[in-house]
Design a protein around this ligand. Structure first.
Ligand code: AMP
Length: 290
């Protein structure tokens, strides 16, 4: 696996692969890699060659009071994991090269970027779409792999790629969870033992909504109440939102539709965690992954 540190060299590699008519796969990450990231890598490896991953802790997507300075950066362990997965290259851009003095161009997906995560974390999505567009320009992938753990983010990136005619297909992959249901996240390391136990409340709340749907409930308010009831039972949890939204625009629903999400964002102590459940209608039946 080659480590690529400059934008020029990454572009050179991409140009070469495109000229050779090879199919470039790309997995952008912020590092502190876990099985969720590695599932994206495995999927990319199945479908593409060469495969590139990037690790870039993007300062533009963190708010001034967020966790940029304490975000885990285990670069050696991350490199070893990607090496073992036998990808072709790890792109490690430098923040000073990505954002040179005078950097002043941003990409924003209107509407979608203002709801839920966008509302709770002002400026966050603008930082995400800007860096993702830059990375797609540099790596020139045919396919880029994103996790449904960040469903709203992935949807926004799909919208950006469509709106701006970027020559990359965005592939969404399922959420990878710990055995007790907690969605894997680089931020889970912030949780101390008691908080770690409490953190299962997110997936338990989603499961409660899935159970209600299983018994025929379609009313979004009722499903939301089922989630809130579980969340209220966990004293360490402070709810940011727990909603039923449509899977396209992430707008609140009155009734679950053909493709919807139950989405939750919850503070456990100082750590903010998110999770979601994709709800798909198959005839009269609703299918979920939980
Ligand atoms: P991050 O390093 O947090 O920016 O995440 C990089 C990519 O990995 C994003 O597309 C995430 O949605 C995805 N990802 C993070 N956690 C998981 C998970 N538990 N399951 C699947 N994908 C994930």
């Amino acid at each position: 696996m080659e480590t690529i540190r400059t934008i020029a060299w990454m572009k050179e590699k991409a140009k070469e692969a495109r000229l050779e008519q090879r199919v470039i796969g790309f997995v952008p990450t912020m590092g502190a890699l876990h099985a969720g990231h590695m599932a994206l890598v495995e999927r990319a490896k199945k479908e593409c060659s060469p495969v590139y991953a990037s690790i870039f802790l993007n300062p533009k997507q963190f708010g001034p009071r967020e966790d940029l300075s304490k975000y885990p950066r285990p670069i050696e362990a991350d490199t070893a994991k990607l090496e073992a997965a036998k990808i072709d290259g790890l792109f490690l851009p430098d923040a000073a090269e990505m954002y040179p003095p005078g950097f002043s161009t941003y990409v924003q997906v209107e509407g979608l970027s203002e709801r839920l995560e966008g509302k709770s974390r002002p400026g966050h999505f603008r930082g995400v779409t800007t860096v993702v567009l830059k990375l797609l320009e540099i790596v020139q992938p045919h396919f880029a792999y994103f996790g449904r753990k960040d469903a709203q983010q992935a949807r926004m990136v799909q919208r950006m790629v469509r709106d701006l005619n970027v020559d990359t297909e965005i592939v969404l992959c399922p959420i990878v969870r710990e055995a007790d249901g907690l969605a894997m996240s680089s931020r889970n390391v912030y949780l101390h033992a008691e908080e770690r136990k409490a953190a299962t409340v997110l997936s338990r709340a989603l499961r409660a909504a899935a159970r209600e749907m299983g018994s025929g409930v379609r009313d979004a308010l009722q499903l939301q109440q089922a989630m809130h009831k579980v969340l209220a039972g966990e004293p360490r949890a402070r709810v940011d939102y727990a909603e039923i939204v449509d899977a396209e625009m992430f707008e609140p629903l009155v009734r679950v539709g053909r493709r919807s999400y139950a989405v939750v964002a919850v503070f456990i102590g100082k750590t903010r965690l998110i999770d979601n459940l994709l709800i798909e209608a198959k005839g009269e039946e609703l299918r979920t992954e939980l």
